[in-house]
Design a protein around this ligand. Structure first.
Ligand SMILES: [Mg+2]
Length: 417
């Protein structure tokens, strides 16, 4: 078996470039929620020295001087583009593990070296043609080596986007030149431990005695050593693990001081979370609500959370808002300017496994289904409960520089003139 890891290059920026080719060849950064710090950078932005996670206020001068394009994150667009990439990859293998928003592992039939590289090039070209997203592909006999192959492909442009670590000779050569920190699963703490013992390259880690690796880095470390030697220890995870929790938490665009304001925010988050539960066919048995002030701004600080078992398994928006408000009323204290809140559902079970006595009454089910249909047809919040409020929404997350949600909102389609 051969593993391939396909990873989108500067994925968020690449999604933006598909719909605005003027961004090609220019420095572009994408910001985190509430436009706080840079979470994605084009190669040109990296070359200017902009670091991952750097707060945008520290970059003001640089942004102005170098005419860096600054964008809010557009997660709706990125999620939909990621889905298109995965659909394309499924043409090449029945076994695809979606590892993160821009990374997927594929299992490929073992093929002689040249043809394997040609196949990887074909995957890259097809993803590029069908979705517009540039990628790199890593190949290896294990997932750890495929991941390393991808890193090599990103570092060495002369490889043409494919890092093939299936051939033992090339692998030996490259592993002796790569720092041990390049290995998937070797974080800063493990790197320090290994370097202190003179193990600085990937080859050094590969040649480490397995029992020594286990005592130094636990069973995970032993597995990494075997994977680096070409012995697969990590299978593809084709089914996502059963969901343990579903959370909707947000930092507010502006501070919220009143109980009414928080009630609207919590109702809005519970509405989104309940719709997600229904889409996934789940019911929740336990609810947590939290609120807190900012850890960074001046003023008195307060934060608290409360959990409670629900009186019945549910995915009903009315019921869940009601229960969330009961917890909020016990949490809220006057005199604070709240910066963040959230609702978390746990104790999740598939709705079809619930005992019928626990199910909500049928009329409510039909109402929820009708609301979901209207909102998916005409856009989120076409129909919602008055509890969210009809006026200003200071708790809305700020996305001041967000591009249009080109692929999912009919009213935000790309216009051509
Ligand atoms: Mg990536």
């Amino acid at each position: 078996m051969v593993f391939a890891l396909i990873d989108g290059n500067n994925f968020y920026v690449s999604c933006e470039r598909v719909f605005d080719p003027k961004l090609e060849g220019r420095p572009v950064i994408v910001l985190s929620n509430n436009d706080g710090c840079a979470v994605a950078r084009s190669n040109e932005a990296k070359a200017l020295g902009i670091k991952m996670g750097e707060p945008v206020f520290k970059l003001r001068d640089l942004i102005e001087r170098e005419r860096v394009t600054v964008l809010s994150s557009n997660y709706t667009l990125y999620g939909d583009m990621a889905r298109r990439v995965v659909e394309t990859l499924e043409r090449f293998s029945p076994e695809v593990e979606v590892y993160s928003i821009d990374e997927s592992f594929l299992s490929l039939e073992p093929t002689p070296g040249e043809r394997l590289v040609a196949l990887a090039e074909d995957i890259r070209a097809t993803v590029r043609r069908w979705t517009g997203i540039p990628t790199c592909v890593g190949l290896g006999p294990t997932k750890t080596l495929a991941k390393l192959g991808n890193t090599v492909a990103k570092k060495l442009p002369e490889l043409g986007g494919v890092g093939d670590l299936t051939s033992p000779a090339l692998r030996s050569l490259l592993l002796s030149r790569l720092p041990v920190s390049a290995v998937w699963g070797i974080g800063p703490a493990s790197t320090r431990k290994l370097c202190a013992r003179g193990i600085t390259t990937v080859a050094g880690l590969r040649d480490l005695d397995v029992s020594r690796a286990r005592s130094l880095l636990s069973v995970v470390g032993a597995r990494i050593v075997l994977e680096l030697r070409g012995t697969p220890c990590l299978p593809l995870e084709l089914l996502p693990p059963p969901q343990q929790a579903l959370a909707v938490t947000r930092s507010f665009g502006e501070r919220v001081a009143t109980l009414d304001g928080l009630k609207e925010a919590i109702a809005a988050f519970a509405t989104v979370a309940a719709a997600k539960l229904r889409r996934k066919g789940l019911l929740a048995g336990e609810l947590t609500v939290f609120i807190h002030t900012s850890a960074f701004s001046p003023g008195p600080r307060y934060g608290a959370s409360l959990s409670a078992a629900l009186p019945g398994m549910s995915a009903d928006t009315f019921f869940l808002i009601h229960e969330a408000h009961r917890l909020l009323a016990r949490l809220w204290r006057p005199g604070y300017r709240y910066a963040k809140a959230g609702v978390i559902f746990t104790d999740l079970i598939p709705a079809n496994r619930a005992q019928s006595s626990l199910l909500p009454v049928e009329g409510k089910d039909a109402l929820m289904a009708a609301i979901d249909r209207l909102n998916s047809r005409y856009g989120r919040n076409t129909v919602y409960l008055g509890a969210i409020g009809l006026g200003e929404r200071p708790w809305h997350t700020r996305f001041a520089y967000r591009t249009r949600r080109y692929t999912t909102r009919p009213d935000e389609l790309l216009t051509v003139s």
